[in-house]
Design a binder for this molecule. Structure first.
Ligand SMILES: NC(=O)c1ccc[n+]([C@@H]2O[C@H](COP(=O)([O-])OP(=O)(O)OC[C@H]3O[C@@H](n4cnc5c(N)ncnc54)[C@H](O)[C@@H]3O)[C@@H](O)[C@H]2O)c1
Length: 293
């Protein structure tokens, strides 16, 4: 008997494959969520070391679930047999494809332009944090197939998913996206297309004001985080930036700043820029605002 409560519960669909582009924090996290829901996953990354790291993380995640008695060892084996790690984008042919590459408009556009050749009738989704979906879709032959599906980090834990239909997204694409996210046991919120959508737009000030307090020497990193956690936030701003990836968080701010025509309230932080320049990206590089073992 399969012990995972989500696994195999969903109705089998004609083409059960989900393609994921980019195997970093979000890519491998979303892959885990899809495997848990019974989908087969094609995980593509341009860089072999990223793919290997993702494979290790995914295997460790399911091994951890076995150790915690959340799933049976045979469930883990079945889930791991349902994922393929791909080095060629042309191998990604699936009913739904989710892109999770760095927050760079041109990069995302080029990937979707190539992807739609292999997936002319599939749902093409971006996990972008800030870039308007309409802008990404503007270079596509079939913009009606494109939509935003914005998972949060860590994807296996975070229940909320923003679904963002773009100007030309068809109703059928929207319906398929909602059905897909519901089948992952996540909570869907439909958001109009705009830079940063809702969560990242609001959250920007959590990070930026904390960085300003640090820049003005009012308090240090630990003190600011302690205060935030003590007044009810689950994670202090600096811990959260280290978890997200300092460089990802910074590029999200830059993207929002540009998209809102350089409104000062979204101005990026120099301290954060310095961390990025030094390659101190947070947990993934073992140092960001904190140091990690
Ligand atoms: N980190 C977060 O907390 C978070 C949360 C929600 C959404 N997002 C968004 O998700 C996307 C990915 O973020 P991430 O944090 O997973 O980044 P990441 O840096 O952890 O992963 C990006 C992955 O893309 C790969 N990549 C780079 N260029 C590529 C290319 N040309 N083709 C294929 N793969 C390529 C990298 O090797 C890496 O594995 C971004 O748009 C980001 O804004 C991030």
């Amino acid at each position: 008997m399969v012990k995972n409560k989500h696994f195999c519960n969903r109705i089998e669909m004609e083409n059960n494959k989900v393609g994921i582009i980019g195997s970093g924090i979000m890519g491998y996290g979303v892959a885990i969520v899809c495997l848990q829901a019974g989908f087969s996953v094609l995980l593509y990354d341009k860089y072999e070391d990223s793919l290997l790291k993702a494979q290790k993380n995914i295997e460790n995640f399911f091994e951890g679930s076995v150790q915690k008695n959340k799933i049976l060892p045979e469930t883990k084996t079945i889930m791991l047999s349902k994922i393929e790690y791909l080095k060629e984008l042309s191998g990604v042919r699936a009913r739904i494809v989710i892109e999770a590459v760095p927050e760079i408009l041109k990069l995302k556009q080029e990937i979707f332009q190539e992807l739609e050749n292999y997936n002319p009738d599939s749902v093409l989704a971006s996990n972008t944090s800030t870039i308007p979906i309409t802008r990404i879709a503007s270079v596509l032959q079939k913009p009606q197939n494109m939509i935003g599906i914005h998972f949060f980090n860590p994807a296996p834990l975070m229940k909320l998913v923003e679904i963002i239909p773009a100007e030309k997204t068809s109703d059928i694409t929207l319906q398929k996206a909602i059905e897909f996210v519901n089948s992952l046991q996540k909570n869907v919120v439909i958001v109009k297309d705009s830079p940063g959508f809702i969560v990242n737009r609001v959250a920007r000030h959590y990070y930026l004001e904390s960085l300003k307090i640090l820049e003005e020497n009012i308090a240090n990193v630990q003190t600011i985080d302690n205060i935030l956690e003590n007044c009810g936030f689950k994670m202090g701003a600096f811990k959260l930036m280290d978890l997200i990836g300092v460089e990802t968080n910074h590029s999200v701010t830059q993207s929002l700043y540009e998209s809102y025509f350089f409104e000062p309230r979204f101005q990026p932080s120099i301290i954060q820029q310095k961390k990025v320049d030094a390659g101190l990206f947070g947990k993934k590089t073992k140092e960001g605002f904190y140091k990690y073992e």
